[in-house]
Ligand binder design. Structure first.
Ligand code: GAP
Length: 512
């Protein structure tokens, strides 16, 4: 299966097993908007809990808030979003399709990179053991030709992006002979800026002055509540404020399922520190956030840092944690050093004094800020795409299994009476009554035990408990492990302890 095919299968699996549905599907859906189903909401809540507890419980100096989606319109003027939260758009006149000009160029550059890698792989095969990759890359004529094209377009692209030169973006698209994937033509309009914020009238008049925005990031809620939290919580710098909540962006390139949505959820933490110490904290949070990811056991090799070449309007340093999605390494989380940009601008526009008096230095200042920002939905996609496996079994059969990290799994154990009679459902019910206070569980008595195991594998349940006739006399059950498929006989009164050891989030958090 190619990665693309795998991705299609994964999307279908998410729908079939109640993880994710297209929003308003009975009306043919709404582009880039998705609902979480009965399994999805559990997994999503577990991801949020892992983040929330890691942030607010394991760091004494990080507290949480829950601010509103609607905020005063001036918030978005101060934050720079009204003026600068734009995407450069271009339309193809033949297909009438709209694209982000920067994404068209980035995709083109990625294709050149792919071509170079293919040449390198050809060389590796040809020269086998004597292959010296570095030398090949610096001398092979094909590689050098593609590399020189790459370097030229890349440097023009970086310049055009930094200077917001829309004409140059179009010229790059023309010069690189980029065609519309639908019409195959180069018949492009000029590039225009398009603001990504949704707005809505807050009163009934519909006047422009009454329009407010749906927040495009949760961070601003933290900045405008900074003074309240600092004062009421008697917080001493350095300290952080964390928040999980919905954000909205009018994304034009809505692709890749829940990777880029119009309504999505963010988990953001703004860490306020003394000016001049921000780089130290930037490095510290980069390290901590990477540790949080790797701790899930989804493979260290699937993560990498990517330092930004083009900094956002508010940052003096920025790095992404990228994850290996089925469509390649892409941004999962952003870590930004936002300086005093936000607090400083809110102070100016609101006329309120936002200053911190530092007892240690005896000075007052606008705190600097380091931000960690991760999309819940992207994290969900990372977990699911990493977990989805089709395994060949003995006897020519196969199984689909989601090897979701056990503490994040939507259902922790399934209770399965072997037959629907002879007192087995009654004993199973007793076990349910014991475990339901500790674990999300499913009770299932339909179909053969093999089919029931497959259903649980497909939603990633770490344990299945089978109750058979012997259980009535020996008070033991068969416990099946999702990943190894091994089965062991365990006393009913040990069940809670054994399952807990693997699925409890406490153990995950203790490793951080
Ligand atoms: N406050 C900073 C900020 O919002 P960002 O890089 O624009 O920075 C942070 O977004 C994270 O939010 C991203 O790394 C990504 O995980 C998630 N995210 C951003 N736009 C998204 C979208 N349209 N759909 C899903 N997740 C998105």
């Amino acid at each position: 299966m190619t990665q693309e095919e795998l991705f299609k299968v994964l999307v279908a699996h998410c729908k079939e097993y109640g993880f994710i549905f297209p929003s308003s599907e009975i009306y043919d859906g709404l582009a880039a908007v998705y609902d979480y189903g009965q399994m999805g909401v559990e997994l999503k809540n577990n991801i949020k809990r892992y983040w929330w507890e890691a942030m607010t419980r394991l760091n004494e100096n990080v507290v949480g808030i829950d601010s509103c989606v609607f905020m005063h319109p001036k918030v978005w003027v101060a934050s720079g979003h009204v003026a600068a939260f734009n995407d450069p758009l271009i339309d193809n006149k033949d297909s009438k399709k709209r694209y982000r000009a920067d994404v068209l160029i980035e995709d083109y550059l990625a294709k050149l990179e792919e071509k170079i890698n293919k040449e390198v792989e050809k060389g590796r095969k040809k020269f086998a053991e004597g292959f010296d990759e570095e030398q090949f890359r610096s001398t092979n004529p094909n590689v050098l030709r593609i590399k020189s094209k790459y370097d030229e377009i890349h440097s023009r692209f970086v310049n055009a992006s930094e200077t917001n030169n829309l004409k140059e973006l179009k010229d790059i698209i023309i010069d690189a002979e980029i065609v519309c994937p639908i019409s195959g033509t180069k018949n492009w309009t000029d590039v225009r800026q398009f603001n990504l914020m949704f707005s809505t009238p807050i009163s009934n008049t519909g006047e422009d002055d009454d329009r407010i925005y749906l927040r495009p990031e949760t961070a601003q809620g933290i900045f405008v509540d900074y003074l309240n939290v600092q004062k009421t919580g008697r917080m001493k710098i350095p300290f952080g404020i964390a928040q999980i909540g919905k954000a909205f962006r009018n994304e034009i390139v809505a692709r890749q399922f829940i990777f880029r949505m119009r309504e999505f959820e963010q988990m953001e933490m703004e860490f306020f520190c003394r000016p001049g110490t921000e780089m130290e904290w930037f490095e510290k949070w980069k390290e901590q956030r990477m540790k949080w990811h790797v701790n899930l056991g989804m493979g260290e090799e699937n993560y990498r840092f990517h330092d930004h070449e083009k900094l956002a309007h508010y940052a003096n340093a920025a790095a992404d944690i990228e994850f290996k999605f089925p469509f390649g390494f892409k941004e999962l989380e952003g870590i930004h050093s936002r300086t005093d940009f936000d607090l400083g601008n809110h102070a100016k526009l609101s006329g309120k004094k936002i200053q911190y008096f530092d007892n240690e230095t005896g000075t007052s200042y606008v705190p600097y800020c380091v931000e960690t920002s991760i999309g819940v939905d992207r994290m969900f996609l990372a977990v699911l795409s990493n977990s989805y496996k089709v395994e060949e079994l003995e006897g020519g059969e196969s199984r689909v299994v989601l090897s979701i990290p056990a503490p994040l799994a939507p259902v922790k154990l399934a209770i399965l009476p072997l037959v629907k009679k002879d007192g087995l459902p009654q004993l199973a019910q007793k076990i349910v009554d014991e475990v339901k206070f500790d674990f999300a569980y499913q009770y299932d008595e339909k179909d053969s035990i093999g089919k029931r195991y497959r259903r649980q594998d497909a939603i990633g349940t770490p344990f299945c408990v089978t109750i058979d006739h012997e259980s009535l006399t020996d008070n033991c059950v068969t416990l099946r492990d999702r990943d190894t498929m091994s089965q062991e006989r365990v006393p009913i009164d040990k069940l809670r302890e054994i399952v807990d050891a693997k699925v409890n989030m406490r153990n995950l958090l203790k490793n951080l």
